[in-house]
Design a protein around this ligand. Structure first.
Ligand code: HEM
Length: 79
């Protein structure tokens, strides 16, 4: 699985290089480590992480396999 391809549906909200605050509210993905991103993604999936707009991320992330979450997190950490 290619992290860059997995990230394309995310780019519309988070920006091509993670520089955008998604829907005007999220933290920027740029500058975060792969481990930080993966923990947040898994937190959305199991309900232990998120702010007022977490439902958007929960529905997206529940459809991603653990392997895909790892790959997209590694890609995001290159921004
Ligand atoms: C939050 C990743 C797709 C909107 C986040 C966070 C991560 C992330 C890691 C947490 C940021 C932080 O707190 O540091 C991704 C990935 C995506 C994706 C990997 C694609 C698989 C999208 C899309 C949208 C979106 C398509 C818009 C429709 C948001 C919003 C938040 C957020 C609004 C803040 C939610 C909250 O209140 O907790 N995303 N995202 N994301 N993302 Fe995404």
């Amino acid at each position: 699985i290619d992290g860059k391809i997995l990230y394309q549906p995310c780019a519309g909200c988070h920006g091509e290089t993670g520089e955008t605050m998604a829907l005007g509210s999220s933290a920027k993905l740029k500058g975060q480590t792969a481990d930080q991103i993966l923990k947040k993604l898994n937190g959305y999936a199991d309900g232990t992480y998120g702010g007022s707009k977490k439902n958007i991320m929960t529905s997206i992330i529940k459809r991603m396999s653990e392997e895909a979450r790892v790959k997209v997190s590694e890609y995001i950490s290159t921004f």
